[in-house]
Write a protein that binds this ligand. Structure first.
Ligand code: K7E
Ligand code: CUA
Length: 864
């Protein structure tokens, strides 16, 4: 394979060498001209491009909007790594197609109805002291009020909780500084009793609320029983944020319908949008969750709705746990500063951002100084007396994110399509950058935590208009990367988002994420515990009880055990599958034709898929991940027969069979192949041992995996010999082929180990040698010369010691090969390979570099 690849590269390289224009394409200036790139473009590319194998500094989790999923991508490269299935089935991960993940997805059913999508808006990490911890991620569903928990140790969704009282939400999922609670605030007010009420009862019965979901960190689960809510007036609550630092214990929620306008366009009344934006101000809700936590212990403070405690407005007001502050009309984002002192609110319909000072808020609360109360009796604080100040930013300020530098904040302007950088302490605008159309949220690295990292910002543009190749009337969204490291913000990258409207993203330093690479054997990834049906090698079996059939199977390169399963029509069939691999990235998939089941079985995982075999016939099942060279052969058959039917067996077709002599000769052939393959393996093993492979952890784990495969040979070989001794040559041949399969797998991983080790051991290449290798590859030399091997030309290892005055000899020969065609040595070579060394028209410098490269090869001769 590698050889083939190399050769096709050589062909391409030589073709390129024919056209001089293309040859020059490796020159930066020429490429810039050809691709019409400015110096600024090239700089932007240099800031974002990651050479193959290089990893990103930050990892971003983006809501997937209407897709109900989460996207994961890297910064600064903007490469997409994963979609995580959350509220929506996701077949690659088997999410919603295997039993264990279905259980999670079905936790999200609402009042008995299956819900298979979500409108995800705000992802948030678990926190300690307000700083991000890469253990868990929470995300909300605006359409069907729910919160999901994603475990960042394997990037899988492990829990969905349904809000028991809301019909709509938006202010989730915001996390308190030590992940005590996940905050979920409602959006469109509705009756909490889930009964019918006409709109005339809006003020009396319709309510908003905030739910405080208690998070059990050790279990990684929301504890529904320990969670509670606080009733809010029907003001249409919006985004929320938890206080931290000096505002610890408090939380803040915006709203946009303090008018309590109820619309009625169909009755000739002005629509919602007009009536809801009539007042100059709406209300920010300020509440103390530590006090509420105590109130929730005493039944006189709450009412039970659907088994859930809802603290009344009255009880919260009485305890001094709930207040309102006017804020500019129809605001959107509310974001607490890293130190917790300031709360910044975006005006949306106002051109200002308002900076509230928590110290001032707290003083007024302590002095009980209010300007009145709303119709529900909630005390109102004076807006002017709580403000630190307001800054005119532009049209449509929406969301905010903080910088690593103290006092610096970035705000998105929806209407102006800009990001504004400003100083919220000194109330000064510092810089602005145009983004593409209609930015919603924005995020700087860890910018909503107590320790923002700065460096980059992301603009989440709602429209991409003409930015990308057209893909139909539904356009992708556009995430733009902005370099905020210097005094001027610079836009450096556009990433089309092909999956719903991702309202918000959250970013984390990559080294804070420590996901596992494989699972402990037999793990149920959705519970984190050992799966009750874990099956180890040798324990494979089929159990039947009445019309329930349970198959306990295993997966390993490259077979599914068992390979034949027969059931009766109507049986309930469950396949339990354990992936016995221990090697990184050796995932197997499992699908059965026509039964709508699929599982992704990563190394160590156990999953179950259940279906009713209601259709008679023969159904292939197979592995859906290209896991090894024999992946296509990783299959089996499910036979479904009707127990009421009598099946007549079809007459056997008489095909010509192999003669005894033919069988014997095939047997000998496979024995010889196995011997030759084993020799290769032994030489690799010797190389690895001689070079002390065990000192290099990465190499060591590869070697262990290879030896695992090799260890399986003994048993199979014994079966082959036993068959042969019984006179079953055909059986012996098949078992020998299985021996060969294990050898191939051993060699596959063994060679990977060898290459890895060689890389560890090789002496570093000097720049000249590096250039030499480049010239060597570009010139297509590797088409005939494979280092370490004789191929269509001689091996170049040692060429510098094969000739007298070798450097000069090699130089002259490359410069003008024809001058040496008559030399005895060269003549012999030409005859042997039936090829002449061609003139590659290298310049003197290139030839000198190639000689440096050949020297490096000789230094490392033992490694090829
Ligand atoms: Cu502004 Cu749901 Cu936070 Cu959309 S949200 S932008
Ligand atoms: Cu396992 Cu393909």
């Amino acid at each position: 394979m590698q050889r083939l690849l190399k050769q096709s590269l050589v062909v391409t390289a030589s073709l390129l060498a024919l056209g001089t224009a293309s040859l020059a394409s490796s020159d930066l200036q020429t490429i810039m001209k050809e691709r019409k790139l400015t110096e600024k473009d090239v700089l932007a590319a240099a800031k974002t491009y990651q050479p193959s194998g290089r990893k990103d500094e930050f990892v971003v989790f983006s809501s997937g909007g209407q897709s109900g999923q989460i996207l994961v991508y890297g910064v600064p490269s903007m490469r997409i790594y994963k979609y995580i299935g959350v509220f929506t089935p996701e077949p690659w991960q088997g999410y919603g197609f295997d039993d264990d993940s279905k259980k999670v997805l079905r936790q999200g059913d609402i009042r008995g109805r299956e819900i298979n999508w979500g409108d995800t808006h705000h992802p948030n990490f678990s926190e300690k002291n307000g700083e991000y911890v890469g253990d868990y991620l929470f995300i909300n569903d605006k359409a069907n009020p729910r919160i999901a928990v994603v475990n960042l140790h394997d990037f899988e969704t492990t829990q969905i909780v349904v809000n028991p009282i809301m019909k709509s939400e938006h202010g989730g999922s915001f996390v308190t500084p030590n992940t005590e609670y996940v905050i979920e605030a409602s959006q469109y007010a509705a009756p909490l009793d889930h009964q019918y009420h006409p709109i005339e009862e809006y003020e009396a019965v319709f309510r908003g609320a905030v739910t405080l979901w208690k998070f059990d960190y050790a279990k990684g689960k929301i504890d529904e029983k320990a969670s509670f809510s606080l009733e809010f007036p029907p003001y249409m609550q919006d985004l929320s944020d938890a206080g931290k630092g000096e505002s610890f214990g408090w939380a803040f929620t915006n709203s946009f319908n303090s008018e309590m306008y109820t619309g009625g366009i169909e009755k000739g009344l002005p629509p919602f949008e007009a009536g809801m934006s009539r007042n100059d101000t709406d209300y920010m809700h300020v509440y103390n969750w530590q006090m509420l936590e105590k109130l929730a212990q005493d039944p006189k403070n709450y009412k039970i709705y659907h088994g859930h405690r809802v603290i009344s407005i009255e009880a919260a007001v009485k305890a001094g746990a709930l207040f309102l502050i006017p804020e500019p009309k129809s605001p959107h984002g509310v974001d607490v500063s890293p130190d917790g002192r300031y709360i910044v609110v975006g005006g949306k319909l106002d051109t200002h951002a308002s900076v509230y000072d928590f110290r001032k808020i707290k003083q007024l609360i302590d002095k009980k100084e209010f300007i009145g109360a709303d119709p529900y009796g909630i005390p109102i604080l004076d807006m002017k007396k709580t403000l630190h100040g307001q800054v005119e930013l532009g049209l449509g300020p929406l969301h905010h994110t903080y910088d690593a530098q103290d006092g610096i904040i970035y705000t998105s302007l929806y209407v102006d399509s800009q990001i504004v950088k400003w100083d919220y302490k000194n109330l000064k605008v510092l810089d602005r950058v145009n983004v593409h159309y209609n930015i919603g949220h924005l995020d700087s690295m860890e910018g909503k935590s107590a320790k923002p990292k700065g460096k980059y910002a992301l603009a989440l543009d709602k429209l991409s208009i003409d930015r990308f190749n057209p893909v139909g009337p539904l356009h992708p969204q556009n995430h733009q990367l902005i370099d905020i490291g210097g005094p001027k913000m610079e836009l450096i990258y556009d990433l089309p988002i092909p999956l719903g409207e991702p309202h918000d993203v959250i970013s984390i330093a990559a080294d804070k994420l420590k996901p596992q690479v494989t699972y402990p054997m037999g793990t149920n990834s959705r519970t984190g515990k050992q799966h009750e049906a874990m099956t180890l090698a040798g324990q494979e079996r089929v159990e039947r009880k009445g019309n329930e059939v349970k198959i306990y199977g295993t997966l390993i390169r490259s077979h599914i055990n068992p390979e034949h399963v027969t059931v009766n029509k109507g049986d309930k069939v469950t396949f339990y599958l354990t992936n016995l691999e221990r090697a990184q990235d050796e995932t197997h998939g499992f699908a059965v034709s026509g039964y709508n089941v699929h599982a992704s079985v990563e190394p160590g995982k156990t999953v179950a898929v259940t279906f009713t075999a209601d259709e008679e016939g023969v159904f292939p099942y197979y592995c859906t991940e290209f896991c090894s060279a024999l992946h296509l052969e990783m299959m089996g058959y499910l036979y479904v027969k009707d127990p009421k039917k009598k099946y007549e067996s079809v007459k056997e077709l008489k095909l010509q069979k192999m003669s005894k002599e033919q069988l014997e000769s095939e047997y000998k052939k496979v024995i010889a192949t196995n011997k030759a393959t084993d020799d290769v393996i032994q030489s690799v093993v010797k190389f690895l041992k001689d070079k002390n492979y065990a000192k290099y952890p990465k190499v060591k784990s590869l070697v262990e995996d290879a030896l695992d495969q090799y260890g399986k040979i003994g048993e199979v070989k014994a079966k082959a010999d036993e068959s042969y001794n019984k006179g079953d040559v055909n059986g012996a041949i098949l078992w020998e082929y299985q021996v060969w399969q294990y050898m191939v797998k051993t060699a596959d991983v063994g060679l990977r180990a060898k290459n890895n080790l060689a890389k560890e051991l090789a002496t570093p290449m000097k720049p000249a040698a590096q250039k030499g290798e480049e010239a060597y590859l570009k010139g297509g030399c590797n088409g005939c010369h494979v280092i370490g091997q004789v191929s269509s030309g001689p091996d170049l290892t040692g060429v510098l010691s094969r000739h007298e005055n070798a450097e000069k000899w090699v130089f002259d020969f490359i410069k003008n090969p024809a001058s040496k065609y008559e030399e005895d040595y060269v003549k012999t070579m030409i005859n042997y390979f039936n090829l002449r060394m061609p003139n590659q028209h290298m310049n003197d410098q290139e030839i000198k570099d190639i000689i440096e490269y050949l020297k490096w090869i000789d230094e490392n001769a033992g490694l090829f």
